[in-house]
Design a protein around this ligand. Sequence first.
Ligand SMILES: Cc1cc2nc3c(=O)[nH]c(=O)nc-3n(C[C@H](O)[C@H](O)[C@H](O)COP(=O)(O)O)c2cc1C
Length: 313
Amino acid sequence: MQSGTPAGRPLRDTRVVLSGLVLDNPVIPASGTFGYGSEYREFYDINILGSFSFKGTTREPRFGNPTPRIAECTEGMINAVGLQNPGIDAVIAEELPRLRTFFHKPVIANISGFSVEEYAYCCERIDREEQVGLIEVNVSCPNVRHGGMSFGTSPEAAAEVTRAVKAVTTKPVYIKLSPNVTDIVSIARACEEAGADGICLINTLLGMRIDVRRRRPAVANTMGGFSGAAVFPVAVRMVYEVARACSVPVMGCGGVRSARDVIEMMMAGATAVQVGAENLRNPYASKEIVEALPAEMERLGIERLSDIVGIVG
Ligand SMILES: Cc1cc2nc3c(=O)[nH]c(=O)nc-3n(C[C@H](O)[C@H](O)[C@H](O)COP(=O)(O)O)c2cc1C
């Protein structure tokens, strides 16, 4: 899509390409903040988005963690949802057929697991679904006791999941990494060497709040994933480090809430940018960011968004 301004002025080209997948714009609601799409179609036509990443899906249905699962923070939130999802069978039998009726673009399938075999099983199943354009493998969930983040905090484990998934899929595979590590570059490189087509980062930062009146943790799980505007500088730094160290594309995520944030993250090295917690604060957030991009590009003298990826050397 070429987003134009009144006659005589240059068109603003918002298109980006992720491993051969052409997106009209780089704006992608992040997994866990956009369900399977149907929740948001009540608010707007979601075809305006570049794509979206659906809720982290596992082999079995999951009820998630006990409540309360959310704690508000200054410029952010803690969530301990615990991968609540209907399971891969229901996603294939119900969610994807429903999605096809109102979303006419490729979707990003976010997959989670508790063992290497589970990741491979779910990715192999979802790979056969026509509307899935890209598979995002979440090795970074901080809210489950086994699996999840433990695969994303060691280069060897992240590489093992990558290899297992790549062996059974044909679509681009992006590994979604955790910021809860000291050396993100070694983990990203291990995934790239194991065959990952791209890297997505960041998932949430492990955090905790206390309800001081009750003298108890604010979320029932004790700790949870901290995200929202406050984590933006951490995300920009990690995108920058990984984009410089790897040659595969990076999807940036963390604290994005404006078109200017999208541009900043792309300058750090992201080819596409995800919007998470901001969708929960303002259900129109992703739409408003897409709509604001051409004017922001004009203000900053950018004609083609893809030209600025990693421009900060
Ligand atoms: C309520 C909630 C649920 C989430 N669930 C998932 C999930 O299922 N899979 C996943 O990969 N990331 C999940 N995330 C992480 C987001 O996709 C994103 O990586 C993170 O929140 C950072 O972006 P943000 O600062 O824009 O929220 C979740 C985040 C929130 C706030």
